[in-house]
Design a protein. Structure first.
Length: 483
């Protein structure tokens, strides 16, 4: 386009002040404020100018855009003043999905967060005694109940930090700063989101002493590596991978025996750390916190938002004398959590104590029988209006995820989606762009929805998303070219 013609177009674009005088914007200004509306108007006008500079608008196009400018400003406002963090529907079947926020919180946890945080609380105040209190007490009492080991180990204390990575950092720094920690080469893991044992070790100022090989480490390897510089034996749960075939790893009992005979504490980074026995669900190799402590591990660390099903947190449970040292470390002050986390954790733990397991979404999803998932899947199939989308119910597996045993797979029934004119990528993209976004799983080119991780009250939204897909699949090509 000629420069002259272009400047003609630019001249049509009104100044921000002029746009703001439009009486149609008065309601928006009253609702969202002058500053936000001005901001929105400015960015809409800037976009218009950009379109002109890219030769994407002719004179009629500019007139058309200006005639609908109030609507565009309103849409812009809604986007910029809306929340960025918002719900999505997890239909992947991965129960602990780190990108989707790991464990959903229970409604009792939310109620407790609200009730105790919307006003002042006794977070660090002993109301009866009128003295300063400690924030730990609110959850330590419940952990003591959950981790009751009988007379043998009455001294288990639990402290809370920001996440398990912080828990490992604090424990290593407290127990092994400037000295050696013995770890098997088969356990030098990296967990998603760049948590690597060797890196955390060096940040904690502890010295890593690797023993054994990737696939085989014997108790004698640990034994031989112990010197006067050794201050900790560390066991790390492999979490997101398995070593199979020609493998060997000492039993935890052997590690305990060695640690006691040499008087060197044994710590276990459990990663997930379940508070209940998961073997009844067919999940094996996922040690519970109680199991490890009962066998005699001195200190365990685990996440609050993995198999515990609570808020993001790192828990350290173990021998009171060792945990007390961690509490006294100035790092603990830097890594401590706020009242919201304590409230969510307290409510979650209380549900365990009351054995109200179904109130914890994670446990409810894990315990959901395949027959129930199939019943809901069938309901979706039967309600979908005939169109270009077809559903089929197929067998599959839900993943526990979140760095729990990779073999932790629960049998499920999946909805397989077939749509005329749409590829698997196009289907998942459209589901993601639905409001709320529906996140599916693709396996061998098939788009699958697992209702195990969908809340029953969200089934209707899944149906609506599929309906939307069905209604729009034919116009796919036209949509593409007009976009
Ligand atoms: C998940 C995991 C971590 C990290 O826990 P966050 O709570 O995500 O910080 C550390 N160690 C192991 C073995 C894990 O599985």
């Amino acid at each position: 386009m000629k420069a002259e013609a272009k400047s003609e177009l630019y001249r049509k674009i009104p100044a921000v002040d002029e746009v703001l005088r439009d009486p149609a914007l008065a309601d928006l200004i009253a609702r969202d404020g002058q500053a936000a509306v001005t901001d929105a108007a400015r960015s809409v006008l800037t976009r218009l100018r950009e379109e002109i500079s890219l030769d994407r608008l002719n004179s009629d196009g500019v007139d058309l855009a200006l005639s609908g400018i109030v609507d565009v400003i309103e849409r812009q406002l809604r986007q910029s003043l809306g929340y960025s963090l918002r719900p999505v529907i997890n239909a992947t079947g991965v129960i602990l999905h780190t990108n989707l926020g790991r464990a959903p919180l229970s409604s009792v946890a939310l109620d407790h967060i609200r009730d105790s945080s919307i006003t002042y609380s006794n977070l660090e105040f002993d109301a009866a005694g009128g003295k300063r209190g400690r924030r730990d007490v609110h959850v330590d009492r419940l952990f003591r109940k959950m981790l009751d080991l009988g007379d043998a180990r009455k001294d288990v204390t639990t402290i809370v930090v920001n996440n398990n990575a912080a828990a490992v950092l604090l424990a290593l720094n407290t127990l092994a700063e400037g000295s050696e920690v013995i770890v098997s080469r088969g356990e030098l893991v990296e967990i998603g989101g760049s948590f690597r044992i060797p890196d955390v070790m060096s940040k904690s100022n502890a010295l890593l002493r690797e023993v054994g090989t990737t696939n085989r480490t014997r108790i004698s390897d640990y034994e031989r590596a112990i010197t006067e510089k050794t201050s900790l034996l560390l066991r790390v749960h492999r979490s997101n991978f398995e070593i199979t075939g020609f493998t060997e790893q000492p039993a935890l009992e052997e590690m305990v025996k060695l640690s006691r005979s040499r008087n060197i504490p044994l710590m276990e980074d459990l990663g997930s750390g379940s508070l209940v026995d998961l073997s009844t669900l067919g999940i094996r190799g996922e040690p519970s916190v109680v199991d490890s402590l009962r066998i005699g591990v001195d200190v365990v660390s685990y996440s609050g938002d993995k198999l515990l099903g609570g808020p993001q947190a790192g828990l350290i449970s173990g021998r009171s004398d060792l945990v007390a040292r961690m509490r006294a470390n100035s790092l603990f002050r830097a890594l401590r959590v706020d009242k919201l986390t304590y409230a969510a954790l307290e409510a979650t733990l209380l549900a365990y104590v009351k054995q109200d397991h179904d109130s914890i979404p994670l446990l409810r999803m894990m315990r959901l029988p395949g027959s129930e998932i199939e019943r809901r899947a069938k309901a979706v199939v039967s309600q979908l209006r005939p169109g270009d989308v077809m559903l089929e119910i197929v067998d599959g597996g839900s993943l526990v995820g979140g760095g729990s045993a990779p073999s932790a797979i629960l049998p499920t029934r999946l909805l397989a989606i077939f749509a005329k004119n749409l590829s698997a990528d196009e289907i998942t993209e459209r589901l993601r762009n639905f409001e709320p976004p529906v996140i599916a799983r693709v396996e061998e080119g098939r788009v699958l929805l697992d209702l195990r991780t969908v809340f029953p009250e969200q089934d209707e939204l899944v149906l609506a998303a599929l309906q939307h897909l069905s209604a729009n699949s034919k116009t796919n090509l036209q949509n593409r070219s007009s976009n």
